[in-house]
Design a binder for this molecule. Structure first.
Ligand SMILES: C[S@@+](CC[C@H](N)C(=O)[O-])C[C@H]1O[C@@H](n2cnc3c(N)ncnc32)[C@H](O)[C@@H]1O
Length: 255
């Protein structure tokens, strides 16, 4: 049997409804999402626009029973799709009604892509609202993060409250075991929220990795059976003629 077409190939042969993505994303997604392709996953993308990406995602994730898009533009509600697995929720992603409508399709998602408004405020809030609804082992992706550097999207390279600054702190959060004795890890996120509106960080504990690429970021959720942290020291061999130090660390855990 011929192998299933890659995401690049699906984009190359696509006709009909328009989709607009950077080529880098297609390569990155291919590597990050390959493991989901043959599974009955739940998929969501914030930002539908013309609907082309939803059509392609439905082909890419051929076993997915649910391919949900969300867009604030009411015109997206009139988009007609041949594939009955595709559903569009019209509304602002961060309102209660839209949140409930997205979760009504699936309470948990394996793959969740934020390609919505691209303002820093929305990106941060969308992550706080929806990362907790990513399944263990799932992936949350954010596109067009260059907007974090552009003033018209509430960005700027030296601004302390942009989406990129938030995500950089999420990388510090992943490493918190190494510095949490010095500072309350949750205080990392203070610049982004009023004191009374700190996010529920329970789901942040499951962040396994934060991967930055040009204008995009992938946040992976730890699989249920994976322990947090760097694990134990794997020290093999017996000749330590330069330093015997590693030998004493055999089997030691990260912190
Ligand atoms: C870049 S387009 C999406 C492109 C599409 N994902 C693709 O790959 O072809 C961004 C879309 O996000 C929508 N959007 C902007 N703010 C939003 C919000 N707060 N909630 C939901 N959708 C939003 C816009 O209406 C626009 O259609």
């Amino acid at each position: 049997m011929a192998p299933a077409p890659t995401l690049q190939e699906l984009y190359a042969i696509h006709t009909g409804k328009v989709s607009d993505k950077w080529s880098l994303y297609l390569d990155v997604y291919e590597a990050a999402f390959a493991r989901f392709r043959d599974r009955p996953i739940a998929f969501a993308e914030i930002g539908v626009q013309n609907g082309g990406s939803l059509e392609i995602w439905a082909k890419y994730f051929a076993q997915a029973p649910v391919v949900v898009g969300c867009d604030i533009d009411p015109k997206c509600g009139s988009l007609a799709f041949d594939d009955p697995r595709i559903a569009v929720v019209v509304g602002n992603v961060n309102t209660d009604a839209t949140y409930r409508a997205i979760l009504a399709h699936s309470p948990l998602y394996d793959v969740f892509i934020d390609d919505g408004s691209h303002t820093s405020r929305d990106i941060i809030h969308t992550f706080c609202n929806y990362f907790r609804h990513v399944k263990a082992g799932g992936v949350y992706a954010i596109e067009d993060l260059h907007c974090s550097y552009l003033r018209q999207w509430g960005g700027g390279v030296d601004r302390p409250d942009t989406s990129m600054e938030f995500l950089k702190r999420l990388a510090d959060w992943v490493n918190r075991a190494w510095w949490r004795a010095d500072r309350d890890p949750l205080s990392l996120f203070d610049p982004f929220f009023a004191a009374s509106a700190r996010p529920d960080a329970a789901s942040f504990r499951a962040v396994r990795s934060v991967t930055f690429l040009d204008s995009m970021c992938l946040i992976e959720k730890r699989a249920g059976d994976e322990a947090p942290g760097a694990g134990r020291r794997v020290i093999v061999g017996s000749e330590a003629s330069v330093s015997a130090e590693p030998l004493a660390l055999r089997g030691k855990r990260d912190t």
